[in-house]
Write a protein that binds this ligand. Structure first.
Ligand SMILES: C[S@@+](CC[C@H](N)C(=O)[O-])C[C@H]1O[C@@H](n2cnc3c(N)ncnc32)[C@H](O)[C@@H]1O
Length: 247
């Protein structure tokens, strides 16, 4: 599987070969693909989304023979689990990636996940955190994200997206015992493609699906209108932070 440029850049100064790795929040397995390509001994790809777990297994964990067989498959374990209670022992992981994870965690979840990442990390472990700075006020897509957050607050009582500034996560993970190593820019601007934009509108609409009438219908219609108006937009910055746990 191809390794996205952002993942390759985020990992290119990290000692991954021969290491036990964790992709926290596997999505479609992009960082897992990067860790395997860089020679990881083992990768645990953790997500709480069954479809994401399946997609990661399919995209990364097989050689296309239909049997799930490959060298990569032997080094990969996809775990469908909550990162607030990671099913791995204390001190068992050498390299952790959180690529695009923190923005989908509200502050309460972020705290619980950070506790767990620190627990499973071995002395001297590396942590790679790649995420998005808050968008400028004049970004059109901010309005769509605000509607998505309103839909999420209505349906689930918490925001869907929180964009933490790089400086915030730097201090936050330092507070969990991680020594800051470096920061780099992975994308500037971030290309929010038409399919990203419409996926966010669909997500907002599906979250309020159980709220027919006001305000659910209005939020869904607003999300769809905004997505159509925006199309695509290049705005904001994706950053990469790297940390190390003291020996
Ligand atoms: C935006 S995706 C991350 C993208 C992925 N790392 C990549 O590089 O393509 C966020 C992932 O984190 C997962 N996630 C969010 N909160 C979680 C939690 N509490 N426990 C486990 N997985 C979680 C989501 O289900 C999703 O798979």
């Amino acid at each position: 599987m191809d390794v996205p440029h952002t993942v390759a850049t985020a990992l290119d100064d990290q000692p991954v070969a021969g290491k036990r790795c964790l992709e926290a929040g596997a999505g479609v397995g992009n960082a897992t693909a990067g860790l395997l390509a860089n020679g990881a001994a083992r990768v645990y790809a953790v997500t709480n989304d069954r479809d994401h777990a399946r997609t990661t297994r399919r995209r990364v964990g097989n050689n296309g023979d239909g049997n799930g067989n490959s060298d990569d498959g032997d080094r990969l374990a996809v775990l469908e689990a909550d990162l607030r209670a990671i099913p791995l022992p204390d001190g068992s992981i050498d390299v952790i990636t959180a690529h695009g994870l923190c923005n989908v965690l509200d502050p309460t979840s972020l705290s619980a996940v950070a506790e767990e990442l620190s627990r499973v990390a071995a002395p001297g472990a590396r942590l790679v955190v790649d995420d998005y700075d808050p968008l400028p006020d004049d970004a059109a897509i901010s309005e769509l994200f605000a509607v998505e957050n309103a839909a999420s607050e209505l349906a689930r009582g918490r925001p869907a997206l929180t964009f933490y500034p790089a400086a915030f996560l730097r201090r936050f993970f330092a507070g969990h015992g991680w020594e800051f190593g470096r920061e780099r820019t992975l994308l500037d601007p971030v290309p929010w493609t038409e399919s990203h934009v419409s996926a966010h509108a669909d997500r907002a609409a599906s979250m309020v699906g159980e709220y027919p009438g006001e305000p659910g219908d209005t939020l869904a219609a607003t999300a769809r209108r905004l997505a159509a108006e925006i199309g695509s937009e290049s705005v904001g910055r994706m950053y990469g932070l790297a940390f190390r746990l003291p020996e």
